[in-house]
Design a binder for this molecule. Structure first.
Ligand code: 5AD
Ligand code: SF4
Length: 440
């Protein structure tokens, strides 16, 4: 038998891309490929790209340029671009970088093996359709390999919200939820392969409404409650959510579903109502804060995380102060903040832009505040007892690393036999991005 061909996938961007890359490598497994960690010995290189901000998209072109030498040494090497840059720029990628053989958008990954076969005939392959069929069903022929203790599971894709800055509704298309039965089956399969924690993924995951097994549909809360019944599944998380879709039942689940972890990523983007309106967010700072109050009532120890954009067109100093004020009120345990980046084709790209130095200065001030909050919340964990799911060995001898209920990385002296298990840990110390603890 011939040696299997080698596939190198480089993943950019969000967790959904991580999930998609796993599905693509499994699909290519069916076409005779094994994955490799190095582009140098690959027969096929796939970049799974992100288009959310300008820098993310530019990185793809500079990375492609670097493969020129490789392709010169190995003319049979196939180079493919997947993900949101592929969806947004399509043929433009092949024009700009002729060494690309294949361009595949996120809704067409199940067609990847056929597309690869086409490139073997010396042709170029491009597919950025939004087909009707469920690509994940078609991608299912997966080997029963062991999996890491924590896994992603995509339950919903696309977005109908059309925030004025965001490319997602264009690159990932309209909101589509996977049927609940398929999600449950995939979860059971993951648990059989050693997974103890599942993070449900969707660009707008809390708007999930998938077909129910007996007709009708289920919202995210119902899906979580049914997943909680799966034996061996210890922890459930979900991301990313929109404040307007935090329905009562989901908030209640944070209070009464033990397997649902006390962590919630709930982006707000800005604390100024004027800017929120221009962003087309259809919520106010006040309505966001009220949602947070209700969540904290249901689950007082929940750790909140968010996303912020500074320097959106027309943002004044006063608007930015409102953002800082909102951050003070919420107290985030973790946050992601970005300078506004113009995305071609989105409404805000047409508006007058703020100077770069204004954006940079605001980002620095916001990040200083967010970092301070993160440090304070981490420090407040010291002395507390948490659950930790051990995911791998630490750098020091006898050390294991895992994630706490609140998604903090925790380093603990613990036997390797705890890999994949949840154990009780007392937090003993804190450093910049992690905690230290000891087994109880
Ligand atoms: N510029 C800067 N940040 C953006 N995001 C989305 N689009 C843009 C943009 N054009 C951020 C938002 C979103 C996160 C995933 O990325 O904060 O929640
Ligand atoms: Fe983009 Fe999220 Fe707004 Fe949808 S809700 S348009 S994914 S920022």
């Amino acid at each position: 038998m011939a040696d299997p061909k080698k596939l190198f996938i480089k993943t950019y961007g969000c967790q959904m891309n991580v999930y998609d890359s796993e599905r693509m490598s499994e699909a290519m497994g069916g076409a005779g490929y094994v994955t490799t960690d190095s582009p140098d010995d690959a027969d096929m290189i796939l970049l799974n790209t992100c288009h959310i901000r300008e820098k993310a998209a530019e990185k793809v072109y500079s990375e492609l340029g670097r493969f020129k030498g490789l392709k010169a040494d190995k003319p049979d090497l196939k180079i493919g671009v997947a993900g949101c840059v592929a969806q947004a720029e399509g043929e433009e990628i092949m024009r700009r970088q002729p060494l690309v053989d294949l361009v595949v958008g996120p809704q067409s990954y199940h067609r990847l093996p056929e597309m690869e076969a086409k490139t073997q005939q010396g042709e170029k392959a491009l597919d950025t359709d939004f087909p009707e069929e469920d690509k994940f069903e078609k991608l299912k022929s997966r080997p029963k390999a062991r999996r890491a203790p924590s896994a992603f599971l995509t339950v919903q894709e696309g977005c109908d919200k059309f925030c004025a800055f965001c490319v997602v509704p264009y690159t990932r298309g309209a909101e589509v939820s996977r049927p609940a039965e398929r999600v449950l089956a995939e979860a059971r399969d993951l648990v059989e392969r050693g997974v103890a924690e599942i993070t449900l993924l969707g660009q707008n995951v809390n708007a999930y409404h998938g077909d129910a097994p007996q007709g009708g549909d289920w919202g995210l809360a119902r899906l979580i409650r049914e997943l909680a019944e799966v034996d061996g599944l210890e922890r459930i998380r979900y991301t990313t959510s929109h404040p307007n879709d935090m329905e009562d039942d989901l908030i209640r689940a944070h209070g009464d579903c033990e397997k649902l972890m006390p962590y919630l990523h709930l982006p707000v983007q800005s604390g100024s109502d004027r800017i929120l309106k221009r962003m087309n967010r259809s919520h106010t700072a006040e309505s966001y804060l009220r949602v947070i109050d209700r969540i904290r009532e249901a689950r007082p120890d929940i750790l909140l995380s968010g996303d912020f954009i500074v320097g959106f067109p027309e943002e004044t100093d006063a608007d930015f102060e409102d953002t800082l004020k909102l951050v003070e009120q919420v107290r985030y345990g973790q946050c992601y903040s970005f300078k506004y980046s113009t995305r071609p084709g989105t409404p805000a790209a047409e508006r007058e832009q703020l100077p770069e130095d204004v954006k940079s200065e605001r980002l620095q001030r916001l990040q200083a505040l967010l970092n301070q909050q993160q440090a304070e919340i981490q420090a407040a964990m010291v002395g507390r007892e948490v659950g930790v799911l051990f995911e791998k060995k630490g750098r020091l001898p006898g050390q294991m690393v895992g994630k706490s209920d609140h998604l903090h990385a925790v380093y603990v002296q613990a036997p390797e036999s705890l890999l994949g298990q949840v154990a009780r840990v007392r937090i003993t110390g804190t450093s910049s991005n992690s905690l230290a603890g000891e087994l109880i």
